[in-house]
Design a protein around this ligand. Structure first.
Ligand code: FAD
Length: 404
């Protein structure tokens, strides 16, 4: 099937260079080319089409390119970039996980691993990223990046990708990542695979294989972006292990000024309001004891809570337990719940369907308790106990309780 791509184009013969489109474009995508005597639409265009409506002489039109539309020469693109998400000046932990995975990809490609940090007064943190595997850190320091605002971030990341041409850009599937990276993909006219659970380079050594659950989580799909670059992926927190700090790692911080076009911002930051703490902080827990439909009754979650308490851990649950109304959604582990990576994950009466496994399979040690010896959870368990949870869980609680 031939590729099609919509673009906004200015008819130079009709354009009167009135500048209305320049004033009106919310993305700073309309410019005047003084030499050619015409307006033109630059790479910041998000095809909102407001310029088409405003143009008094109908010189601006939506055009469809067919065939090699927006194909790039993929040989021009090199290296793996990790977007170093920061909040209030603190680099977020998902960044270290992406650096770890990014290092594997960069080593396979035999290319550089780079971090991209947008912040303000974060020179020390930029240096620090080098110790976590980055060969280079591109650091853009500007007050606009002190708090998250889409517009300058989207424009700056897109423009830097145009300039430096990374082959791969990995971003956390966080609220920030999910908000801005799809807009970057539109600007760069490239593909984005969201919520990846696995990343690898294909046998040709060229394309990124991006694996994620598809069709309601019933299959794992591996997606490749053949003709466009960079290859954009988001990855959830805790899917990969974090990179370890290596004090001997050398690298370079490259300070990049914010591009002029990156300063366009339609929003004004007023204040941030901290979300009320959830009762469970599953994603940070070292030990999680989870219960599933095998518990048979909501009151039996007490067994899970008691074992979690004895181990100083948090309580998790399968979706079946949550959907049955036995425990609130904030406890759900899995594809549509939380992704966790504790040191110890104990699955009690959970069959281990793929949608549950994608949320916990990177745990250091997995102990499964299930009366069915063929339950899929045993395929990924480090230790398995085949038996009745109503006997085994209280016995473990007794064993681990203080003074037992
Ligand atoms: C789009 C989509 C998204 C989803 N997202 C999630 C998600 O985020 N998280 C999630 O968990 N699921 C999710 N699911 C649902 C998932 O497919 C499973 O249905 C669910 O995980 C099953 O939960 P369970 O293992 O508790 O129940 P079951 O599959 O019914 O398993 C119960 C297990 O308990 C065992 N058992 C029963 N009695 C005992 C006993 N006395 N002692 C020991 N073992 C016992 C049984 O042998 C069985 O293996 C999703 C599904 C879809 C389609």
């Amino acid at each position: 099937m031939e590729q099609q791509q919509s673009v906004i184009a200015v008819d130079a013969d009709l354009c009167t260079v009135c500048g209305l489109c320049v004033d009106h474009c919310p993305y700073g995508a309309a410019e005047i080319d003084d030499d050619k005597g015409t307006a033109f639409i630059n790479e910041l265009c998000s095809i909102c089409m407001s310029c088409i409506e405003i143009c008094p002489v109908e010189a601006i039109k939506l055009t469809t390119l067919v065939g090699q539309a927006n194909r790039v020469n993929i040989a021009d693109y090199h290296g793996v970039w990790v977007f170093a998400e920061q909040r209030k000046g603190a680099v977020q932990s998902v960044t270290y996980e992406l650096l770890n995975e990014g290092r594997h990809l960069a080593d396979t490609l035999k290319e550089d691993l780079c971090a991209l940090l947008l912040g303000h007064n974060m020179g020390r943190q930029a240096e620090e990223l080098l110790y976590y595997g980055a060969d280079k850190v591109y650091y853009v320091d500007d007050p606009l990046f002190e708090n998250f605002q889409d517009d300058p971030m989207v424009a700056t990341v897109a423009l830097l990708c145009h300039e430096y041409k990374p082959a791969i850009l990995l971003t956390g599937a966080t609220h920030v990542g999910r908000s801005f990276i799809p807009q970057v993909a539109v600007r760069l006219k490239t593909g984005l695979t969201a919520d990846c659970t696995g990343l690898a380079i294909d046998d040709s050594g060229t394309h990124l294989m991006q694996t994620r659950p598809a069709f309601g989580g019933n299959i794992m799909a591996t997606i490749k972006c053949f003709n466009h670059r960079p290859q954009l992926s988001t990855v959830r927190h805790k899917v990969f292990k974090p990179a370890e700090r290596r004090p001997d790692k050398k690298g370079q911080v490259v300070r990049v000024p914010i591009p002029e076009k990156g300063k366009v911002c339609r929003t004004r930051f007023l204040k941030s309001i901290e979300e009320v703490e959830e009762t469970v902080n599953l994603t940070e827990a070292d030990v999680i004891v989870s219960g599933g439909r095998g518990l048979q009754d909501p009151k039996n979650f007490k067994l899970i809570e008691d074992l979690a308490k004895a181990l100083g851990g948090a309580v998790g649950a399968s979706r079946a337990a949550v959907d049955s109304g036995w425990i609130p959604y904030s406890h759900q582990v899995g594809q549509t719940g939380k992704t966790v990576c504790p040191k110890l994950y104990i699955a009690c009466g959970i069959s281990g369907q793929i949608q549950h496994r994608v949320g916990m399979q990177s745990s250091d040690v997995i102990l499964a308790i299930n009366k069915d010896p063929h339950a899929p959870i045993f395929d990924i368990a480090t230790y398995g106990i085949v038996g009745d949870l109503f006997e085994i869980v209280p016995a473990l609680t007794k064993r681990f309780s203080k003074g037992a």
